[in-house]
Design a protein around this ligand. Structure first.
Ligand SMILES: Nc1ncnc2c1ncn2[C@@H]1O[C@H](COP(=O)(O)OP(=O)(O)OP(=O)(O)O)[C@@H](O)[C@H]1O
Ligand SMILES: [Mg+2]
Length: 499
């Protein structure tokens, strides 16, 4: 065999089942030293499950894991770490009181006698961070770092253990553009050091930027593995969705009605004098860089966060501040950016989560109308292509993207008249994205109003009737659909105060 093609790692005929689901079926994939092997596929396709078998969190029912030609027997997390395998997850968000150096050397601290050699540990941490070009003092507490910085520290930690294989499972979903660039630079360096990497993402443009090969998965099975150089975006999309997607952004022309929701001169800690409105029959996009204050504005408007001054009107009626329950009774639905923490009760089922916000409507007299509840939930499960054997499945056992869809279902079921969606398709596969856009189009055609915050410019441009662009906590400009282009939005997003 050629040296370059020698496998660092091989999954051989891996199968894994959970109650009611065949999560993986006869999957064989290999990883070479120094390559970035992208894994793509719909929500629930089995990507994270496969990686959890590698990390030792799960055991395969059938099949074999081979590391440099040697079978790995009875893998577990500790062993996997010793074998040089490291995982970088999206939702790290470490709230730990440990210092950076303590975290990097956790469990293998340099010793002096029976004591931890703190000086040595901090020196080596600084050295490691320096080697990947990260500028964070080793004594900083983990909880004081941004998600991006925490990820970088996890990478340093992997290097401190001489990891040969690093898995990135949707690492970029909460990063700013600059942070993504930084991560990609580090990944390129790791390639040169011959580290083999699996890279899972729903952002397909990333795959073309840093991937060497790509494997497409669907329904627990491997569909294909190709060289990035040999495959097109269309082919990948078709492979993931199992069908061609002709028009990803469907918009039906419809009449605009009254203003349903209006924010007037709202100011808060991280935004200043923001005014915007949305009408019945209209989708309004809010574009801008991550950190420009978009989420902060809608959170304050919905009353989740306090604001300093300004007013919010629902169908012309002034809404109270700091009272999300009242806003939701007035017909506003809010899908927050951080779904895991703010949107979902992980210990409850899909059905229970879906109806939490709608209980009042479905059961007007407090009578539990089970049958109707089931019918309604099933409809949304189908429309949103939520893959699950039953609506009674606990949401903690769903794949990341599927959990997102449940939160969307939960808000659609409330039958609000105005929907505020913050990054509605983050972590969601391309086929389901187009279904969600279809549902949004249907909602406004029926007279609802939608505000959509999104960092994906094609999505904003494809779906919005109007676009507000935020920069540095202010509205930098408002564009009509016909004037909103990649260029005009970016120009506003980068504009400085007073320009
Ligand atoms: N511990 C578990 N118990 C029951 N079912 C599980 C468990 N872990 C995963 N599953 C199921 O296995 C299937 C594959 O899930 P997995 O998390 O691997 O998907 P994924 O490809 O990572 O999707 P996403 O893109 O949404 O992250 C899903 O149907 C999921 O519900
Ligand atoms: Mg996953």
């Amino acid at each position: 065999m050629e040296d370059a093609a020698r496998s660092l790692l091989e999954f051989r005929h891996i199968s894994k089942s959970f109650p009611g689901v065949k999560a993986l079926e006869d999957v064989s994939i290999d990883l070479r030293a120094g390559e970035v092997h992208a894994i793509v596929g719909e929500n629930g396709a089995g990507k994270s499950t496969l990686m959890k078998i590698l990390s030792g969190a799960y055991q395969a029912d059938e099949g074999q894991l081979m590391l440099e030609g040697t079978p790995v027997q009875k893998n577990n997390p500790k062993m996997s770490e010793q074998l040089g395998i490291a995982m970088i997850y999206q939702e790290l968000n470490v709230t730990s009181e440990l210092s950076v150096a303590n975290n990097v050397f956790l469990g293998h601290e340099p010793q002096r006698g029976i004591f931890i050699n703190k000086k040595e540990m901090e020196r080596r941490t600084a050295e490691l961070l320096d080697s990947i070009g990260v500028n964070v003092p080793p004594y900083t507490l983990m909880k004081n770092l941004s998600i991006a910085q925490q990820q970088m520290i996890e990478i340093a930690k992997a290097l401190s253990k001489n990891a040969k294989i690093i898995v990135f499972d949707e690492p970029t979903s909460s990063l700013t553009e600059t942070e993504v660039k930084e991560l990609f630079r580090i990944i390129s360096d790791l390639k040169k050091k011959n580290v083999g990497m699996f890279y899972i993402s729903h952002r397909l443009d990333e795959i073309f930027e840093i991937g060497d090969r790509v494997t497409i998965m669907r329904d627990g099975k491997k569909i294909s593995t190709s060289l990035i150089a040999d495959i097109t975006m269309e082919k990948i999309v078709e492979g993931i969705a199992g069908r061609r997607i002709e028009n990803i952004y469907p918009r039906t022309p419809c009449a605009k009605g009254d203003v349903f929701f209006e924010i007037k001169n709202l100011s808060g800690d991280r935004f200043e004098d923001v005014s915007l409105n949305v009408r019945s029959g209209e989708i309004v996009g809010i574009a801008g860089l991550v950190g420009s204050g978009r989420s902060e504005v809608v959170k304050a408007a919905f009353g989740v966060d306090p604001c300093r001054s300004g007013e919010v009107f629902v169908k012309g009626e002034k809404a109270p501040g700091n009272n999300p329950q009242k806003l939701s009774r007035m017909g506003i639905a809010f899908l927050p950016e951080d779904r895991k923490r703010e949107g979902l009760a992980l210990a409850l089922s899909i059905r229970e989560n879906s109806v939490i916000s709608a209980l009042r409507r479905l059961n007007p007299l407090g009578v539990v109308r089970r049958r109707q509840e089931h019918v309604t939930v099933r409809k949304y499960v189908q429309d949103l292509e939520i893959s699950t054997p039953t609506i009674e499945k606990l949401t903690k056992f769903l794949s990341g993207g599927t959990q997102q869809k449940v939160v969307i279902a939960k808000w659609l079921i409330t039958q609000a008249h105005t929907f505020i969606f913050d990054e509605p398709t983050r972590g969601i596969d391309i086929g389901s994205k187009s279904s969600i856009y279809g549902l949004m189009d249907e909602l406004v055609a029926q007279g609802a109003a939608i505000i959509m915050i999104s960092s994906e410019l094609p999505e904003v441009l494809g779906m919005s009737d109007r676009v507000y662009v935020m920069a540095q906590g202010r509205i930098a400009g408002e564009l009509d659909r016909k004037d909103a282009t990649q260029q005009s939005v970016i120009q506003l997003a980068f504009s400085q105060k007073g320009e």
